[in-house]
Design a protein around this ligand. Structure first.
Ligand SMILES: Cc1ncc(COP(=O)(O)O)c(C=O)c1O
Length: 389
């Protein structure tokens, strides 16, 4: 008899983003605008700290949740950035292997088998996969009709007696949109009325171009007892390869989260934690301003191509609609690679059809070349008569 593995894994697919990046890499000369990977390097003063720590022998087991000075610095930063003091208390900080682990821990903490998680969609596929992995049930809430916002009616239509949590990502991957006050309030009403946890994926929180931006935890401190906040060093400091992030929650939730973290990974490496501390002191505003310039360039180019989009107000993604061009998003992206040498990610990988995700995290020269190729491809499709009128 064949041995049977965990049946939940049969429901999971490997990341479609990675698959398209691999196709781009195999295509000679292709310009890839697929990955949420900053074109910059980690700042040198941050990198230097690792060599120093290795030299002084910081190579043994560190405390499970991270060194106290790093946890305190994360809590201080998050308080300064609006997270209520009872959530952003150093006791409630766990230093994790990226936001990926933080989200895995958060979902493990709140879900029992069969519990439902509402995921405003389009969404980063991690939430659906992790929910499935811990035997929860992902429930997509399509935000496209509401301009990628969450309406109370649409949310209520998805809440059932099994709903346990909602995952928020603002600024959003893949749309770059930030949730407005009405969306945050709609979620707060539902969370209060139906006793839901709110898992806030705030990895793009410091890459925001809109002055109106508010974090859910800051706007609704009265719901602190049910909020878990995931953060990351990956994006603002170009530290994707370091695998460093954090989870914040009130002490009673953090105590449960600590168990999951301890049994999954024990801790993050000892000798990256001074570097993480140094990163927190590093001013990300120049990086953000440079992304803002690339955002402006991207939006202007997409407008010239006549591809409708909701202007991204954070992160480094644009999510234009290609539905008028007569191709499904996968076919659009495959042909863009093969015929125009530019790689994007199909919207269907984020749970919606008719859109493509373009990452403008790469350097400006690559971005300009990629946009020029995309313009050529869109023009060729139109000339082919593919556009539906
Ligand atoms: C919305 C979102 N959440 C979480 C992550 C994972 O971040 P990390 O590198 O910290 O694991 C990403 C990475 O692309 C992301 O876009």
């Amino acid at each position: 008899m064949a041995l049977k593995t965990n049946s939940q894994l049969e429901k999971l697919r490997l990341s479609g983003i990675r698959r398209f990046s691999a196709l781009a890499a195999r295509t000679p000369g292709c310009v890839s605008l697929t990955l949420g990977e900053p074109g910059e390097d980690t700042p040198a003063p941050v990198r230097v700290e690792v060599a120093r720590d290795l030299d002084r022998g910081l190579t043994h087991y560190p405390p499970n949740n991270g060194y106290p000075w790093l946890r305190e610095a994360i809590a201080r930063r998050e308080r300064a950035r609006g997270v209520p003091a009872d959530v952003a208390d150093s006791e409630g900080v766990i230093v994790t292997c990226g936001a990926t682990e933080a989200l895995a821990v958060a979902l493990t903490v709140v879900l029992e088998p069969g519990d439902e998680v509402v995921i405003p969609t389009p969404a980063f596929s991690l939430y659906e996969s992790l929910t499935t992995l811990v035997r929860g049930v992902p429930v997509a809430l399509d935000t496209a009709p509401a301009g990628f916002q969450v309406s109370r009616e649409a949310l209520e239509a998805k809440v059932t007696g099994r709903t346990k949590a909602i995952v928020l990502c603002s600024p959003n991957n893949p749309t770059g949109c930030v949730l407005d006050a009405a969306s945050l309030d709609a979620v707060a009403c539902a969370a209060a009325e139906h006793d839901l946890f709110v898992i806030c994926d705030d990895v793009y929180e410091s890459l925001v171009y809109a002055s109106s931006y508010q974090r859910f935890s800051a706007r609704h401190p009265e719901l602190s007892d049910r909020v878990l906040v995931a953060g990351s060093f990956s994006k603002p400091w170009a530290m994707t390869g370091w695998r460093l992030g954090w989870l914040l929650a009130r002490p009673e939730l953090a105590a449960q989260a600590s168990k999951v973290h301890q049994y999954l990974v024990s801790s993050v490496p000892a000798f990256v934690q001074h570097a993480a501390l140094r990163a927190l002191e590093w001013d990300v505003r120049p990086m953000r301003d440079s992304y803002r310039e690339r955002r402006d360039l991207t939006v202007a180019a997409l407008e010239r191509m006549g591809l409708p989009l909701v202007e991204p107000e954070g992160a480094f993604y644009a999510f234009p609609s290609v539905s008028a061009l007569g191709l499904g998003s996968e076919e659009f992206c495959e042909r863009a690679i093969l015929e125009a040498g530019v790689a994007l990610v199909p919207g269907v990988f984020f749970g919606v059809e008719g859109y493509v995700r373009l990452s403008f995290a790469c350097d400006r020269e690559t971005l300009e070349e990629g946009l020029a190729r995309l313009a050529g491809f869109v023009g060729a499709l139109r000339a082919e008569g593919g556009e539906r009128r």
